[in-house]
Design a protein around this ligand. Structure first.
Ligand code: UDP
Ligand code: MG
Length: 320
């Protein structure tokens, strides 16, 4: 048996990276700067996950690996997306506490000091709450606002609002995550679901240092649907409510029509019955399509989970 004599580091910092060539060096500079100055000088490792980048991110990471100690490269076999890349990094991390952050310096590494302080005070999860967000379009700000508040209403798990994945997790939280092999991952929801003692730390979110966002609108919508469907079945019930309400309306309408027929009455617009028929058909058709769509979202997810494929594939892990 191969046995490592090295003790696991106290702190792991995990960063998923997809096409972030311009950010790797400044990111490490800042993270290392803050980690070296942490009170109590904990040992640390920085886990950089290359999520199938198409630019020179991998080369930049290798350069850092050669130049610095305590760097871990996790190279995925292809692009698996932010949430899975983060999951891969968190699973590889060995620290007693694991910090997850974005690689574009929108999450200021300086906050890690506050995280560690709260962790030492006994908290299992310390998450960063965005007080303000710089450099985001009004559209992103608005949709994000709506999203966090909608999901709060739809689920029983208390997922804090305006909170991304920037957070510290204790070892037992990480172990709990490892036991949650779901595919359409909404990490911040999962971490809330785990429980234990959680606390938020406020911060002002910076602009992206370089490159552009990897969350264009279609991906944002996917992410929102993943978040809602993995933590709420309200949409499923919404489909049945909608169906129920429309059947009641249709039934009442049918009675009225039959009543008119029986008593041979001519209601206003009787000769123009075509319009009301079309309205009823369209309405019911719409309700049915919406309900089918919602069912489809959940069934698609069940199908994905049932296949049981691995969440991600690692092509190599290298440590400096
Ligand atoms: N990311 C990733 N894989 C992807 C998309 C994004 O690893 O398929 C990383 C990205 O490099 C960044 C983090 O996830 O470190 C957050 O992405 P981004 O900054 O584009 O999201 P935004 O801040 O715009 O919501
Ligand atoms: Mg960003």
């Amino acid at each position: 048996m191969h046995q490592t004599t090295e003790a696991p580091p106290t702190l792991s910092v995990v960063v998923p990276l997809y096409n972030e060539e311009g950010n790797v060096a400044p990111l490490l500079e800042r993270i290392v700067g803050i980690l070296e100055r942490l009170p109590g000088t904990p040992s640390y490792e920085i886990v950089l996950v290359n999520d199938g980048s198409k630019d020179r991110t991998l080369e930049r990471i290798r350069e850092e690996l050669r130049a610095r100690a305590n760097v871990v490269l996790v190279n995925l076999s292809r692009n698996f997306g932010h949430q899975l890349a983060a999951t891969a990094g968190v699973e590889i991390a060995r620290g007693d506490a694991v910090v997850l952050m974005d690689g574009d310096l929108q999450d200021p590494p300086e906050l890690i000091a506050d995280f560690v302080e709260q962790w030492r005070a006994g908290y299992d999860v310390v998450y960063a709450v965005r007080r303000t967000r710089r450099g985001e379009s009004p559209f992103k700000l608005l949709t994000a606002r709506i999203f966090y508040r909608t999901i709060k209403r739809l689920t029983k798990v208390s997922i804090p609002v305006d909170t991304g994945d920037f957070r510290l997790m204790s070892r037992r939280v990480v172990e709990a995550l490892k036991r949650s092999p779901e595919r359409h991952r909404f990490l911040r929801g999962l971490v809330s679901w785990v429980g234990y003692n959680q606390i938020g730390v406020e911060y002002d979110r910076d602009e992206r240092l370089s490159g552009e966002t990897k969350y264009p609108l279609p991906k944002m919508i996917r992410f929102a649907i993943d978040g809602i469907t993995s933590f709420s079945d309200v949409p499923l019930r919404f489909a049945s409510y909608l169906g129920f309400v429309s059947s009641v309306i249709a039934f009442v309408y049918a009675m009225v029509v039959v009543g008119f027929k029986i008593f041979s009455l001519n209601p206003p617009g009787y000769t123009r019955g075509w319009a009301s028929t079309i309205v009823a058909v369209l309405f019911l058709g719409g309700v049915q399509l919406i309900s089918l769509g919602i069912l489809g979202e959940y069934i698609g997810r069940i199908y994905d989970e049932v296949k049981g494929r691995p969440l991600y594939l690692i092509s190599e892990v290298e440590r400096s």
